[in-house]
Design a protein around this ligand. Structure first.
Ligand code: GTP
Ligand code: MG
Length: 543
């Protein structure tokens, strides 16, 4: 785009003068995009474990990115074609290092680089295998919404930089609220978005048709025209989705990359201009309004500021109440599960041949190891199958806080409208829910150490039945104890996540109020300059 640099200068001036800090990341992304020229990147985004890294590996035809069953990708990773294989790690201090591909995991994966202790900014891969898709580039991003909040933050902070976007959603859990929120956010930053329904092999053909219809309707209801939807699978028995995606999305993008690149930059600039103009109009209205109206609005905002304490207290109380209630809910919900598990552990214990044969003290160790494994398996399964129940307080809190924020925004908007006649731009409140991971299991020693150390003296012919009975009783008790610990652990983790939501809500509300107050500091003498800025922005040549 010929005038992009000029547009960017205009926007930079306004953002700087009005101190619109919330727009700075978008401004920086526009600058990068302008520098990128005709390079087009396809970013893969989505919830954790949606299959993003697996998809990119499959597309490249090579298992190069680490994948796993736990939240894994922790760092923005770029892939592009290169004549020779090269992996370059960029660090936050600006330095970089080339590493062999086998070592990628040490830098990219959460388990080997927890909390990004290695201070990696991004990793860049050049692979000969990507030649057929060149010069398209790809970006793997950390999954959203896991317990690892720092990973969600990395991905969300990166959003303004997105080029074309593929939003990965597992086909067997298609399109939840968080996916729709992500799509909402993305639309501010790019015009080129498609939905990728991963793990299509988990569905039958009939189920795929059902999912396709459901998703298409959902998307159309939310946005005019909907979005392109593609299935994907990394399984060799389901090869057609890859061909369709390449033929209908990637290849057209590759061929029309100049137009696509321009359209993406234009979209970013237009979106930024729209947001900056709204702030300018507000500032101008504040500057030109008669002093009495301005004073009235200032008074209203001062009122809101005083009320803000109330809002904070309300948010905190609600969050605390939800956390407190969670444990009761869990315990009630898990009571039937306890009886069922105790019956199950009895059968499992009686049919475990080793436990019928061994003698103390090895019997006690074997019992403990066996029970620990058994409980871990059963409770992980239970944690997983009852996840909806465990997470319910979290989702409930999120819905409530979003409504509260919306009401706060609506109140501010009404004050502004009444005093200045300007409609405050709709804000999107995206409260991210960080889902906790399933908690650990712990089994106590069967008997105290003193008894265990002399237990080899016990004549087993006489006491085997008594010891077996005692071990079974202890096993049933361990079921009860661990189940209750599971509930407590979930509560603990959900409480942390709820507290995090509360903090996000509070800072959203405060930012909105403060940005508004800043806009209203304009005085009549600023009006001429603001008008000039508005007409500058309006006449900026964004086609
Ligand atoms: N059945 C099936 N499983 C898949 C497919 N793609 C990915 N998976 C599995 O899904 C799990 C998650 O895959 P990843 O590629 O690590 O997911 P991710 O979205 O990159 O996860 P994060 O990096 O944690 O956000 C792994 O166990 C994969 O084996 C698929 O097409 N079919
Ligand atoms: Mg990944």
């Amino acid at each position: 785009m010929d005038h992009a640099a000029e547009v960017l200068d205009g926007l930079t001036r306004v953002v700087g003068e009005l101190r619109l800090q919330s727009l700075e990341p978008q401004l920086a992304a526009c600058r990068d995009r302008l520098r990128a020229g005709t390079r087009v990147e396809v970013a893969v985004l989505g919830r954790f474990k949606a299959g993003k890294s697996s998809f990119l590996n499959h597309l490249a035809g090579r298992a190069v990115l680490p994948i796993g069953v736990i939240p894994l990708t922790a760092v923005i990773t770029r892939l592009r074609h290169g004549p020779r294989e090269r992996v370059r790690v960029h660090f936050l201090d600006g330095s970089f290092r080339d590493i062999p591909p086998e070592q990628i995991r040490h830098y990219v994966a959460e388990d080997e680089n927890p909390h990004n202790l290695k201070q990696v900014a991004s990793v860049e891969l050049e692979l000969p295998e990507l030649k057929p898709l060149a010069p398209l580039e790809f970006v793997d991003t950390p999954g959203l919404g896991s317990a690892l909040t720092h990973n969600t933050e990395v991905a969300l902070n990166w959003l303004p930089n997105v080029g074309a976007a593929l939003v990965a959603v597992s086909a067997d859990a298609p399109l939840g609220e968080p996916d729709l929120n992500l799509l909402d956010q993305l639309r501010r930053h790019t015009p080129t978005i498609a939905l990728l329904l991963t793990k299509a092999d988990l569905l039958t053909e009939a189920q795929r048709a059902e999912v396709q219809a459901f998703v298409t309707t959902q998307l159309r209801q939310r946005w005019d025209g909907g979005l392109p939807v593609f299935f994907y699978s990394i399984k060799p028995e389901l090869a057609w989705p890859r061909s369709v995606l390449v033929a209908e999305f990637l290849e057209p993008l590759r061929q029309n990359r100049h137009q696509a690149g321009t359209a993406i930059l234009r979209h970013k600039l237009a979106s930024l201009r729209h947001q900056a103009l709204n702030s300018l109009q507000l500032a101008l209205a504040a500057a030109t309004q008669v002093e009495s109206a301005r004073a009235a609005l200032r008074e209203k905002l001062a009122d809101e500021r005083r009320q803000f304490e109330l809002l904070r207290t309300e948010l905190a109380l609600f969050a605390r109440e939800q956390s407190a209630r969670a444990l009761d809910t869990y315990q009630t919900a898990l009571r039937p599960a306890q009886a069922a598990l105790q019956a199950k552990v009895t059968t499992a214990f009686q049919t475990q041949p080793e436990l019928g044969r061994l003698r103390p003290p090895r019997l006690f160790d074997a019992w403990r190891t066996w029970l620990q494994d058994w409980l871990r398996r059963e409770l992980t399964e239970l944690s997983h199958s009852r996840q909806e129940m465990f997470l319910a307080p979290l989702h409930h809190t999120r819905a409530h806080l979003t409504r509260t924020l919306q009401a706060f925004h609506d109140r501010l908007a009404a004050h502004v409208k009444a005093a200045l006649g300007v409609t405050l731009a709709q804000r999107e409140f995206v409260l991210e829910v960080y889902e906790p991971r399933a908690p650990p299991v712990d089994v106590a020693f069967a008997f105290d150490p003193a008894f265990t150390s002399i237990s080899w003296l016990i004549p087993m012919t006489l006491f085997r039945r008594a010891i077996q009975r005692s071990l079974l009783r202890k096993a049933r008790y361990e079921v009860e104890k661990n189940l209750s610990q599971l509930a407590a652990e979930w509560r603990e983790r959900v409480a942390v996540a709820i507290e995090d939501l509360r903090r996000q809500a509070e800072s959203e509300a405060r930012n909105e109020l403060e940005e508004l107050e800043r806009m209203l500091q304009q005085s009549p003498s600023d009006a001429a300059r603001l008008r000039e800025r508005i007409s500058e922005l309006e006449s900026l040549p964004i086609p």
